[in-house]
Design a protein around this ligand. Structure first.
Ligand SMILES: [Zn+2]
Length: 414
C-alpha cells in the first residue's frame, strides 16, 4: 500500500514571512501535517523556525538566511559569515535553539560565469563537516545554459562538497527556457541527490524525476521565481490580487480570474478537497490563505502521483502528463490562452520530433532558445499545413493517468 504522504521525502516547500500574510504559517501547518520539509527563506529564519517548531513539534525545518538575495560573491568575500567563525561552529550556533534540523551555508550570490568567485566560495562552503549544514550555491539560472554549463560543472566537481543545494534566480521566470531545463537535467545527472530550493512546479517536478534528492517548491510566486540581487522587485502579474492557484489539469499557477476567462462559459476546475469554484475567491486575507493551502495540498498530491509511478517510468510518465496538460490549453474556449512557458519548454525538450509549441496551442510559437538545441534540427521545423502541437500530437484520453509516455503514440495525425 502506498504511504499516505509518499511525496514527503522528495518534495517540500519554501516559504517566507514577507511575501504576503499567511504564507509561512499556512506552509508550516501543511508541512507539519504531511511530514514534508519546510525551508524558511528569510533574514529572520532562525527566529521564525523557533516560533514554528514550538507551535508544530516535529516540524522538519531548514533555515535559509537569504544572504545570497542581497549581495554578490567576490573572490575576497564569497560568503557572508566566513571571517568570524568557521562555518561548522557558526552552524551550531544558528541551529541551537532554533528547532531547525538543517541550515544552508551563508553563500553569497554567484553571477553567471563568475567561476573564480564560485571556486573561492566552495573552498569555504564545500569543506563543512557539520551534518546539519548544506552547501548552498545560489546563482543566475543562466549558469545552466550551454554557454556557462561546462565551466560551472567543473568548478562544482572540483570542490569537496558532499551534496549541493541550488537556488537558480533571474529577473523573470528563471527556468522558462529550454536550455536551462536541459542544463538542470544535466546538472542532476552529474550531481545526483542535489537539492533544488525555490522552484516552480514544472521545473521542480522535472528535477524530481531526473535525480534531485529533494525539491522545494515556492509557496508564493516570489519563492517560485527568485530574483537576483539588484533585480527589480515584484512577482508575476496578479490580475485580481489573488495568488497564483494550482490547477492540475492544466499544470498552471494562474490567478482565479485568468482561469475564469480561459474557461469562458464552462465551469472552472474545482478541487475535491476545497469544494469551491475558483471564481468564488475574493481578494481578502482569508481567501488568500485558503488558496495557498489549496496550492500546498494540490502540489503535494501531484508529487504523490509522481512517486506512485515506478521510478524507472517516472520521467516518461511525467512527460506524458505534461503533454496532456499542454494540449488541454488548446481546447479552452476563452481568449488570451497563454500556457506556462516552463511547461511548454519541457514539452519541447521531450518531443522526439523536435517540434515547437505555441502559447495557445493554435498559433506558431516563437523561440528564443532555438540556438540551444545542441546542433539538432531547428525546432521550428513544422509541416506548413499544421499549426502547433495541439494538432500535431495525438494523445490518449486527456484525463487518463494510465500508462506512460513511452507506450503512447505521438505520431502526427493526418
Ligand atoms: Zn484544494
Amino acid at each position: 500500500m502506498r504511504a499516505k504522504f509518499a511525496a514527503s521525502e522528495a518534495m517540500g516547500f519554501v516559504a517566507s514571512e514577507t511575501s504576503w500574510s499567511g504564507e509561512l504559517a499556512a506552509t508550516a501547518a501543511h508541512c507539519a501535517r504531511t511530514g514534508q520539509t519546510l525551508v524558511i527563506s528569510s533574514k529572520q529564519a532562525a527566529k521564525h523556525a523557533r516560533e514554528l517548531t514550538l507551535r508544530h513539534p516535529g516540524l522538519d525545518v531548514t533555515i535559509d538566511g537569504r544572504h545570497w538575495a542581497s549581495a554578490v560573491a567576490t573572490t575576497e568575500a564569497p560568503t557572508a559569515e566566513s571571517t568570524l567563525f568557521d562555518l561548522d561552529t557558526w552552524a551550531d550556533l544558528e541551529l541551537s535553539g532554533s528547532g531547525a534540523k538543517r541550515l544552508l551555508t551563508p553563500s553569497l550570490f554567484v553571477k553567471a560565469g563568475d567561476l573564480d568567485e564560485l571556486d573561492a566560495q566552495l573552498a569555504i562552503t564545500g569543506r563543512v563537516e557539520n551534518p546539519g549544514l548544506q552547501t548552498l550555491v545560489a546563482t543566475d539560472a543562466r549558469m545552466l545554459q550551454a554557454k556557462y554549463r561546462q565551466g560551472f560543472f567543473e568548478v562544482l566537481e572540483a570542490s569537496q562538497a558532499k551534496r549541493f543545494a541550488f537556488v537558480f534566480a533571474d529577473t523573470r521566470q528563471p527556468m522558462g527556457s529550454f536550455d536551462r531545463l536541459d542544463g538542470q537535467r544535466q546538472l542532476l545527472t552529474r550531481f545526483p541527490g542535489s537539492h533544488i530550493v525555490g522552484s516552480d512546479v514544472a521545473a521542480g517536478t522535472d528535477a524530481m524525476v531526473h535525480g534531485a534528492g529533494w525539491v522545494g517548491i515556492g509557496a508564493s510566486s516570489g519563492r517560485r521565481m527568485e530574483h537576483r540581487p539588484g533585480d527589480p522587485g515584484g512577482g508575476r502579474r496578479s490580475a485580481d490580487y489573488l495568488p497564483g492557484t494550482w490547477v492540475r489539469p492544466l499544470m498552471e499557477m494562474r490567478s482565479p480570474s485568468i482561469y475564469a476567462d480561459w474557461y469562458a462559459n464552462e465551469p472552472t476546475p474545482s478541487c475535491s478537497k476545497c469544494y469551491r469554484r475558483l471564481e468564488s475567491y475574493q481578494p481578502n486575507s482569508a481567501d488568500k490563505t485558503l488558496l495557498i493551502a489549496h496550492n500546498l495540498h494540490g502540489i503535494t498530491d501531484f508529487a504523490d502521483e509522481i512517486v506512485a509511478v515506478p521510478e524507472s517510468e517516472r520521467a516518461a510518465w511525467l512527460s506524458s502528463e505534461r503533454v496532456d496538460a499542454f494540449l488541454r490549453h488548446g481546447r479552452l474556449t476563452g481568449p488570451n490562452i497563454d500556457a506556462d512557458r516552463t511547461l511548454r519548454m519541457l514539452c519541447e525538450l521531450d518531443d522526439p520530433a523536435l517540434r515547437s509549441t505555441s502559447p495557445a496551442g493554435t498559433k506558431g510559437g516563437t523561440r528564443s532558445d532555438a540556438d540551444a538545441r545542441r546542433g539538432r534540427r531547428p525546432l521550428t521545423r513544422r509541416s506548413p499545413s499544421r499549426q502547433g502541437l495541439d494538432v500535431n500530437w495525438s494523445s490518449t484520453s486527456p484525463f487518463s493517468r494510465q500508462g506512460c509516455a513511452g507506450r503512447r503514440s505521438r505520431t502526427a495525425r493526418p
